[in-house]
Each structure stands twice: as C-alpha cells, then as structure tokens.
Design a protein around this ligand. Structure first.
Ligand SMILES: C[S@@+](CC[C@H](N)C(=O)[O-])C[C@H]1O[C@@H](n2cnc3c(N)ncnc32)[C@H](O)[C@@H]1O
Length: 271
C-alpha cells in the first residue's frame, strides 16, 4: 500500500475552502489557544508556559470569528461517519464546545478527554493550581446512514499508561508525559504534541488508508503519525519557520510500521 502526505503552507481559513465537501475521515486540530501575552486575553499562569507567538494573539472578537470560521470548514469537509478532534486548554476549549453545540446541531460530541501530563512544569507564581492537563473534544459527523468509527478492541489491547491498564476499557483520562526531547530532533516548536497522543487519536478513529487532515499542523506531528501508521494526510501550516521542521520529520524519517511506500509533497498555497 502507498500513502500520500501533502503539506500546504498557507492560511488554514483559505486553504480549507479548497478541500471538497465530505472528503476527509479525520480532522485533528490543535489551533492557537490565544494564551500568548501582549494582546488578546492576556492569560499568564506560569512564566514557564508564557508564549509570545504572533500566531497565538487575537482580540476576543477576532478569536471567536476565527474559531467559528475554521470549525465550519472542517465540519464541511468531514465525511459522514468522520471524526473531528480538537485539543485545547481552558483558554479556548469552552469556546469550541459552545460553537459546536450552538451552531452545529448535526455534530455529536462523543467524549471529552483529559490529557494529564505527569511531568507538567511547576507553577512558579504559587498563585494558582499547577496546570497539568489539556482537554480534547472528540466530535463526529453522523449522517447518510453512517456513524463514527471507533476501534474499540485496538484501544483495549494497546492503550496503556498509569491510569489505563492494558486489556481494560480505556478511560477518558490519559496520562501522557510532555513531548520528549527525542521527538524534537528536527527543531523546536513551542507546542509540539507527543507522538503517543496522536497515535491514540488516529488509531482509535481511523483505519489504514483513511485520510487525516490537520489545519494547524505545526511541527508535523499529525502527518508523521499518519504516515507511520499507513494513513494518508494533509497538513496546513501558516508559518515558514515550521515548514523546515515538518520537511525533516516527514522526509528524513522514512520508516513506516508496515514498510509501505509514501509520497510527500510540500507546496505553497496560492490565493
Ligand atoms: C498549537 S500549534 C500546533 C502544534 C502541532 N500540533 C504540533 O504537534 O506541532 C498551532 C500551529 O498553527 C499555526 N497557525 C496559526 N494560525 C494559522 C492559520 N491561520 N493557518 C494555518 N496555520 C496556522 C501556527 O504557526 C502553529 O504552528
């Protein structure tokens, strides 16, 4: 089997409009959380995690408009029976839930997952509880007689961590350490997700040969995991800075689980 992996450098809001309706099996989105300092909501609960990324700064109204826009496009391109996973923190996750429940009655939220980080950074201000979780929404588009995929047996047989013993039903609390240095060999991205997190998401809700799309692919984790496990992928990323990291992760690490062939293309989006 051969899989294809396309990276498109451009603004997700524009690129998504060029993707056909009902064509993607899984969207994983790790969007800007709007937690960077300077502008916007100005959340800063720990100096260690304070970010100053221009792509992560919005006014309150712009942030709502942005989230509304990309979510609507993602639901449009999702196949019936497809899944959309969103990761976030308290800064943005409630807004995503509100948008889905208020404006997308056709979408069903199946679960929210709490990702517990056992080695989270300490809170040096000592004025808050230590943030040690992120939150994920698993939503599905069910229609045309099709319902979501859930590879239940795989989750039972393969997911294991200090909260989830192997062979038991997997709980909606996952214990996964912060992205290890060994996964950051291709360069630094401030919010690179662990391979294990994407592995659980992709393998529980897609089959081999399915198409996975990530509108905010960052350092390319979603594409790298999709490639390794025999799924096709499309990744969209705005910043020039991260395209080099993605290129290295996809091109230099040719290994796939089944040894299957892969084709990788990286292109700039033209308006
Ligand atoms: C939270 S990070 C994603 C990290 C990714 N999950 C990983 O494992 O590396 C969000 C990414 O979205 C990109 N981004 C922000 N706004 C964007 C937009 N409008 N279109 C495409 N990418 C965007 C940022 O450059 C950043 O790399």
């Amino acid at each position: 089997m051969k899989t294809t992996h396309k990276i498109i450098q451009g603004d997700a809001l524009k690129v998504l409009k060029t993707i056909p309706d009902n064509s993607v099996d899984l969207v994983f989105a790790d969007p800007p959380y709007n937690m960077s300092k300077k502008k916007g909501l100005n959340w800063a609960y720990s100096k260690h995690v304070t970010m100053q990324e221009s792509w992560d700064m919005f006014s309150k109204d712009d942030f709502f408009k942005f989230n509304n826009g990309w979510l609507a496009e993602c639901f449009r391109i999702l196949k019936h029976g497809g899944s959309l996973w969103i990761s976030g923190s308290f800064h943005n996750i409630y807004q995503m839930g509100f948008i889905i429940q208020q404006f997308h009655p056709e979408i069903k939220i199946n679960n929210s997952i709490v990702w517990f980080k056992p080695n989270a950074q300490p809170n040096i201000t000592c004025r808050f509880f230590t943030e040690s979780t992120e939150h994920l929404i698993w939503a599905t588009k069910n229609g045309d007689g099709k319902k979501w995929k859930f590879n239940y047996q795989w989750t039972k047989d393969h997911i294991t961590d200090p909260i989830n013993p192997i062979g038991k039903q997997t709980r909606n609390v996952w214990s996964i350490p912060l992205t290890p240095k060994s996964e950051k060999w291709a360069g630094a991205h401030p919010t690179q997700k662990p391979f294990e997190l994407l592995k659980r998401i992709i393998l529980s809700s897609t089959n081999e040969g399915d198409l996975v799309l990530d509108p905010f692919v960052g350092s390319g984790t979603t594409s790298a995991v999709a490639k390794y496990y025999g799924r096709n992928s499309i990744g969209i990323e705005l910043s020039d800075k991260y395209i080099g990291i993605i290129k290295k992760r996809l091109q230099e690490n040719q290994k796939t689980l089944s040894g299957s062939q892969t084709e990788i293309t990286i292109e700039k989006f033209k308006d």
